[in-house]
Design a protein around this ligand. Structure first.
Ligand code: ACM
Ligand code: ZN
Length: 692
């Protein structure tokens, strides 16, 4: 009996095969792995690996690093003298893949054949053979399962770029940490490590020409970003309180050698023109004001800025073999540029209309420089502002609009929209999770992301390089916390990046994720515990019935257009918000809130209440107070009662607070006024306004 499983058929096959034998669930079956392979044929029988290890034999021209890799695994892999004595034969080159058809990218494709006599891996390239081995390693649970289901796996990735991002600026991580995460990435067939090496919180790479970057800008008198952000200063490396660090060039070489063996391309990011407070503190002459601690952006009006950036990039490009340098480009404040004489002169000389065009001028110049060295730039989607540099690859994070716009103009794009790919968002109910920046991104949501959107053409697909998961680390001090945030959501990124389109099955994926979390835990990783997942806010999961539901709301102060939720009817639509205002169910006010609800006729009322959200890290605060007024005619209102803030809104965790007034009255109109917190920039987020 032999049956074929494409990804799509995985869940069906569990049922179909049950009549024969549930091969999908026996240990050592390839259908349990992540990312799900493109095509799997389950064959009769099993192959037994010797208890002591496995003898391997390598054939073909493309296998440079496989022997040291296998020997480094410590699972008893030993070279066999002759092919026929080997348990595993790995063959690479044209001959190995002759006649094989892969649906994805051939240069990472492989075929894995497990017969009762032998295991064979065939691939065009060493990377393909490496991924065949990763499939095998997951099937064996890294050597613990010795009896393997006979099968043929034909597999190739959907996208060439499958990335994971590491923010080593906000909280520095050791090279050992990065190498450990590379091992997990390899197991998941993730092939790009994006290193966010520079940001306001610390410069993390040795640059010989600019020693103050690592002697000063890499060190803070506070170890934790959350402590430092209240007093964002730097200190000398020799300061007894100095915390932070940087990678020496030798460290980077070590990281890169490790990455090469694991078929991971490490992409360095050097932020510009914004997020550069640390550079402006060390070399204030590169800022508009010329003074430390005044500007966060480079001054694009000064030639010194370009000299500095080109010198830094030269050293970076000499070190990293990647074809790409990520130049950041996000969230520049541009505020100093508007009044800086150098910036204004540059704008006049270059005929630039506004500061967006000035940013674009800087990115264009940097791109030209990077291209002249035979490399390419990637930038966050803000590099579209003021005109995109001709050869730039766009990393789309503020949704996918920027990415789509770039695709439509023929640019390469990597999708990493925050709502699906920002792994720093809380992955479960905030009351049970570690402190986080906010948001709510459960595994199921990351997994549901589909990079090919409606309206994208075949041509767009050619330029859609792939996907990436990002872990910004402001709130993530400990390595174990970082791992907890990556896994299992990085599994979903891997499957989106590798497995064929249209084959998703969350329940099946979740089961595989549980298995793989177990394996990673055994290997010493901290992972989120999917078994105790709470899920979204219960109030958001079913409609709420109350007296004001469906009633007209008049806005005495209007909500912000950025967070309208459902618009004018949102506060009385019976729909409550979930754990994040990003779910489009919370209505946002960048001011006080003031609304009047018309119940349609005079009615007895006993309760008026509303729930507010608090996410200190995002300037979302519960109100100082909520006043409730009532009226029978809509003209004369009287104060019914006031609910006051009775819990600190400064605490750095996400919480929800219901404000209410109890009464025994009659009214047709109910006016609710919420006074926002005193913190400058504080905003209010309200879900349902309930009257009963
Ligand atoms: C970003 O999240 N600022 C790229
Ligand atoms: Zn300037």
């Amino acid at each position: 009996m032999k049956f074929i499983l494409t990804c799509l058929a995985l869940c069906l096959a569990v049922t179909a095969s049950a009549e024969e034998k549930d091969t999908s669930r026996i240990p050592g079956s390839p259908v349990q792995i992540i990312p799900a392979p493109e095509r799997t044929e389950i064959d009769e029988g099993t192959f037994r690996l010797p208890e002591s290890g496995a003898a391997f034999y390598i054939k073909g021209e493309n296998s440079g690093q496989l022997v040291p890799y296998l020997e480094s695994l410590g699972n008893g892999f030993v070279p066999a003298g002759r092919q026929k004595d080997a348990d595993i034969v790995i063959e690479t080159g044209d001959k190995a893949v002759k006649g094989l058809v892969f649906k994805g990218k051939e240069d990472e494709a492989y075929r894995l054949e497990i017969t009762p006599e032998q295991i064979r891996i065939k691939a065009l390239t060493e990377a393909g053979a490496f991924y065949g081995l990763q499939t095998l390693l997951q099937m064996t649970r890294e050597g613990k399962v010795r009896e393997l289901q006979c099968c043929t796996v034909t597999d190739s990735p959907r996208f060439g770029y499958r990335g994971l991002h590491f923010d080593v600026s906000r909280n520095f991580r050791s090279k050992e940490f990065l190498m450990k995460q590379m091992e997990a990435m390899a197991l998941l067939k993730l092939n790009r490590m994006h290193l966010h090496l520079t940001d306001g919180a610390g410069w993390r790479i040795e640059i010989e020409k600019y020693p103050r970057l690592t002697g000063f800008a890499a060190w803070r008198p506070y170890a934790k970003w959350t402590d430092w952000s209240a007093d964002p200063v730097y200190c000398e490396q020799s300061d007894p309180a100095a915390a932070g660090g940087f990678y020496t060039k030798d460290d980077i070489r070590e990281i890169l050698a490790y990455a090469e063996r694991l078929h991971i391309e490490v992409i360095p990011e050097i932020e510009m023109p914004g997020h550069s407070e640390e550079v402006m503190a060390a070399y204030p002459e590169l800022s508009c004001s010329g003074e430390p601690y005044r500007n966060s952006d480079f001054c694009p009006g000064k030639e010194a800025t370009f000299t500095f950036l080109e010198n830094v990039l030269t050293e970076v490009m000499e070190l990293f073999p990647s074809q790409y340098v990520h130049i950041g480009g996000d969230e520049a404040s541009k505020s100093g540029w508007k009044t800086c004489p150098d910036c204004l002169r540059r704008m006049q000389e270059e005929g630039l209309e506004n500061v967006d065009e000035l940013q674009s001028y800087l990115i264009h110049r940097i791109e030209e420089f990077v291209n002249s060295k035979g490399k390419k730039i990637i930038g966050w989607d803000e590099i579209l502002q003021g005109g995109l540099a001709p050869n730039a690859t766009v990393m789309s994070w503020r949704g996918t609009e920027g990415g789509i716009k770039a695709l439509k103009s023929g640019h390469d794009v990597i999708m990493t929209p925050g709502t699906y790919c920002y792994l720093d968002y809380t992955q479960d109910a905030p009351f049970k999770e570690p402190e986080a920046i906010g948001g709510y991104l459960p595994l199921s949501k990351t997994y549901s992301y589909e990079p090919m959107e409606e309206g994208m053409s075949e041509e767009d697909a050619e330029h859609l390089l792939g996907v990436q998961g990002n872990l910004w680390s402001e709130y993530i001090h400990e390595d174990s916390h970082a791992e907890y945030m990556y896994y299992p959501r990085a599994f979903a990124i891997a499957e989106i990046g590798w497995s064929p389109a249209g084959t998703k099955d969350y329940e099946g994926f979740r089961e595989r994720a549980l298995e793989l979390c177990g394996l990673l835990q055994e290997k010493g990783y901290s992972t989120f515990d999917l078994r105790t997942e709470y899920g979204d806010r219960k109030e958001s999961q079913s409609a709420l019935e109350h007296l004001a539901k469906g009633c007209k709301v008049t806005y005495n102060i209007r909500y912000t257009d950025q967070y309208p939720a459902g618009g004018d009817g949102a506060l009385t639509d019976g729909i409550c918000g979930g754990w994040t205002y990003g779910d489009k169910k919370w209505q946002g006010f960048f001011s006080d809130a003031d609304v009047t609800v018309d119940l349609g006729s005079v009615k007895p009322i006993h309760y008026v209440g509303a729930t507010f959200m608090n996410v200190t890290g995002a300037w979302v605060h519960i109100p100082q107070k909520m006043e409730v007024y009532i009226s029978e005619d809509g003209e004369d209102f009287r104060l019914l009662g006031t609910a006051y803030q009775d819990i600190s809104d400064k605490q750095n965790f996400i919480f929800f607070k219901q404000y209410s007034v109890i009464c025994n009255e009659k009214a047709r109109y109910v006016r609710v006024y919420a006074q926002r917190a005193t913190r400058p920039g504080a905003c209010l987020f309200i879900d349902e306004l309930v009257v009963n």
